[in-house]
Write a protein of this length. Structure first.
Length: 455
């Protein structure tokens, strides 16, 4: 009999314990049903561009423990987490799990769509030495590459997609070019100028390496100097300027490989007395060569070997800063008409003959410095006006309103001079400027969206 009772006890014990466990679960379940936690929160925005700070307000009820997942690998266990900033475009799901002290849980979600156009403006604070900006490029990884000079020493600063400096500024001590004229190329720069009494072009890659800086005289001349450079479709450096032969000023034209080897070095005999100021590659192996003589400018069409083909007078301009190829056989020349900034459009016929003036318009600012052809077939120009960075977006015509109006960016107590503009990989625009405060100059970078707006 005793044996039978022990067997029954052993058999019934798990059942009794299981019954007790079920009763406990039912008790908690009843509590969760009676006073359940409610997970809820609001966000400051559900759609924004990088850098995108999202402020979260937790309005959950009957909860003591919180777990947040922000969709980008970050999480938090704070009741009210600080603003979370997204720095990469994408669609993110913010998940909140709210739990009370009985282990009852509730979950809710919100989606935030982050666009790819970063907006910022930032002074770089390179050093206590006066720093003059020269050029701006964007690397394949999206990093902005800023070229500058301090006295005669070149340097480089990387800036990230949200305006933060990426590492310290780095000097480029081996680069030696006077009156440098840079253009961006593949995240780095082609630079023209001179060294001593010889012309020089430099090639600095996206990693700050000086690949070459050949020094030369334009063929048959002395005292040569490069006044303008451009990149060719083959990745070469096209350089224009002047040299002298006796008392005659000669128009120089040279093409160099990135390793510093010469592909062409010549003077253009039929335009003696002119000096090259700017260059752009045309279709069919031709070049548009902007030359100046006695304050008068012409656009010459020349062959890839430097032979004269044709010309057109640029009577609208008394000085030229830059020429840029637009689409097809169309170009824009940036310069001044007296003291008035102006852009002149040129059009060719894709056969290498003379390009003709097709439009011209003034730019309503004090000074102009650079321009870029945009992906939607407009031109963004930059300069300065009333001590502020100035920029605008214009159509390729003499008439028609500026798409953005006249934009400016400034800082209290500062003078800001626009230097360079590029269209960024995200479709917005980046402007490099010089900012001067109390006589000390530094780099200033403004990044806008595709509508010209910054934060």
């Amino acid at each position: 009999m005793k044996t039978t009772i022990w067997i029954l006890c052993i058999f019934l014990l798990p059942l009794v314990l299981a019954t007790c466990h079920l009763e406990r679960i039912d008790s908690i379940g009843n509590d969760c049903a009676t006073v359940p936690p409610t997970a809820q929160f609001s966000v400051s925005t559900e759609n924004c561009d990088i850098p995108c700070p999202v402020t979260i307000v937790n309005t959950s009820e009957n909860a003591d423990i919180f777990k947040w997942y922000f969709g980008d690998g970050d999480s938090s266990s704070l009741e009210n987490p600080p603003a979370h900033t997204y720095t990469t475009p994408g669609t993110y799901e913010i998940v909140l799990i709210a739990e009370n002290n009985l282990g009852c849980k509730a979950t809710t979600r919100k989606t935030v769509v982050v666009g790819g156009t970063a907006r910022f403006r930032v002074q770089l604070n390179i050093s206590s030495i006066n720093t003059t900006p020269l050029g701006l490029a964007q690397r394949n990884d999206g990093m902005y590459h800023l070229l500058y000079v301090q006295n005669t020493a070149f340097g480089s600063q990387y800036v990230g997609l949200t305006g933060d400096k990426s590492g310290a500024a780095v000097g480029i001590p081996t680069l030696s070019i006077s009156s440098p004229q840079p253009v961006p190329y593949s995240g780095g720069f082609f630079i023209g100028g001179f060294n001593s009494a010889s012309a020089r072009v430099g090639v600095v890659d996206a990693n700050r390496n000086v690949l070459a800086q050949p020094q030369f005289q334009f063929n048959g001349t002395s005292n040569s100097i490069v006044k303008g450079v451009a990149s060719t479709a083959a990745g070469r450096v096209a350089a224009v300027g002047r040299g002298t032969s006796g008392s005659t000023k000669k128009a120089g034209f040279a093409i160099y490989e990135q390793n510093g080897s010469s592909a062409l070095n010549t003077t253009i005999n039929l335009i003696d007395g002119h000096e090259g100021r700017a260059i752009a590659e045309r279709p069919n192996g031709m070049f548009l060569y902007i030359g100046e003589s006695g304050g008068a400018y012409k656009a010459f069409s020349i062959t890839a070997t430097g032979l004269y083909n044709s010309e057109v007078a640029l009577t609208q301009l008394s000085s030229v800063l830059k020429v840029a190829r637009l689409d097809g056989d169309n170009y824009a020349v940036l310069g001044y008409d007296g003291a008035t900034p102006r852009v002149v459009g040129l059009s060719g016929s894709n056969n290498g003959t003379a390009a003709t003036v097709s439009w011209s318009r003034t730019i309503p600012c004090e000074e102009i410095s650079d321009m870029v052809f945009t992906s939607d077939s407009k031109i963004v120009v930059c300069g300065n006006d009333n001590g502020q960075l100035y920029y605008t977006k214009i159509p390729l015509s003499s008439t028609g309103a500026s798409e953005w109006g006249n934009k400016t960016a400034g800082e209290p107590g500062a003078q800001i001079r626009g230097v360079s503009v590029i269209q960024a990989a995200d479709g917005g625009f980046a402007f490099l400027a010089e900012i001067t405060i109390s006589g000390s100059s530094d780099l200033y970078l403004v990044k806008t969206d595709n509508l010209g707006n910054y934060q």
